[in-house]
Design a protein around this ligand. Structure first.
Ligand code: AMP
Ligand code: FES
Ligand code: ZN
Length: 303
């Protein structure tokens, strides 16, 4: 097969675009897909100070790599969760990535914030669901750091497969409030900085190819808590359907983006006010993370 752009030997074939590309043109295609998402949803501009939440996985590292190559002013934020070898490896990889590119990296260690406790220990003491506790803590630090360090936009590496699976789950459960909030870009409001997901037009496979072509080392270990997550089931079902219905996933997701307004009425049937302890916007008196701290019997003084 020949590259559709330069006619050199193609190295990849992208079925849902019916497109064969050589390595260089694939990398250009990848950056263009990011730029398209950025423009379609007015995510940010060249002047903005960006903070990329990097997990050590291929999605967020490919995003950070792309933004740096595209000339954006993008720093990284890594949350060290203390989940055994998984977090250790992630930390090594993210640190090496930032050092190689001389890019700024902010590191938050859960142990420093919760009186020496790691995420598994917090889950144990609070009797919480691991991914829920983890998600709450991660979102909290994404928001707090973006605000405190005065970044314009906080970016995550959610891709098309993630967003389509999340959408399917929200529809199966008729979770209208989540559907209303599921957006590629959320504006700055209520003490939160703007948030965006520039990889929404790229699939997991395309990101894997990008990381391979660019020699991006990423964490091959998966989180020991994530095995039973329902989102994997939704993702897998969509993969299966995509095999016979090419382009189904992007059509499904783009259709939702066009019709998002239908759900907007459901948005915000609650008001946010500052947490009495830390000031983070919350719908109750005390925010979820401060509640975790209290449950885990971590006093502010222990920090
Ligand atoms: P996940 O919820 O694990 O699917 O991750 C979704 C996105 O959140 C990733 O693409 C990253 O942008 C970000 N993220 C996940 N884990 C971390 C972490 N430990 N530190 C910083 N960012 C993270
Ligand atoms: Fe959060 Fe696995 S990364 S529970
Ligand atoms: Zn709080």
């Amino acid at each position: 097969m020949r590259c559709a752009v330069c006619k050199k030997k193609a190295e990849v074939y992208l079925p849902h675009h019916n497109l064969a590309l050589c390595r260089e043109d694939f990398i250009r295609f990848f950056h263009k897909r990011i730029k398209k998402a950025v423009d379609d949803f007015k995510m940010f501009s060249e002047e903005d100070k960006l903070l990329v939440a990097v997990s050590g996985g291929k999605d967020s590292l490919s995003l950070w790599d792309s933004l740096l190559k595209m000339g954006y002013n993008a720093d990284g934020l890594f949350i060290h969760l203390g989940i055994g070898d998984f977090s250790k490896r992630a930390f090594e990889i993210v640190k090496e990535f930032s050092e190689n590119r001389k890019a700024e990296l902010i590191i938050i260690n859960i142990k420093d914030e919760f009186g020496g406790k790691t995420l598994p220990e917090l889950v144990e003491t609070t009797k919480g669901v691991p991914c829920k506790v983890c998600g709450k803590i991660k979102r909290y630090f994404f928001d707090r750091i973006a605000l405190k360090e005065n970044y314009d936009v906080l970016l995550t590496g959610h891709n098309l497969d993630d967003e389509a699976a999340f959408l399917l789950g929200n529809i199966f459960n008729w979770n209208i409030e989540y559907l209303a909030k599921q957006s590629p870009a959320l504006p700055e409001e209520d003490g939160f900085k703007k948030k965006a997901k520039p990889l929404i037009y790229l699939t997991e496979r395309e990101i894997a190819i990008y990381s391979f072509f660019n020699n991006i080392k990423y964490n091959e270990l998966s989180c020991p808590f994530s095995k039973k997550a329902k989102s994997h089931l939704y993702k897998e079902s969509l993969h299966q359907m995509e095999l016979s219905l090419k382009g189904l996933r992007i059509k499904f997701y783009k259709g939702f983006l066009r019709n998002r307004k239908l759900f907007e009425k459901a948005e915000k049937n609650y008001t946010l006010k500052p947490c009495k302890i830390c000031g983070y916007p919350t719908s109750s008196e005390i925010c979820g993370v401060c509640k975790i701290k209290i449950k885990a019997e971590v006093s502010e003084g222990e920090k």
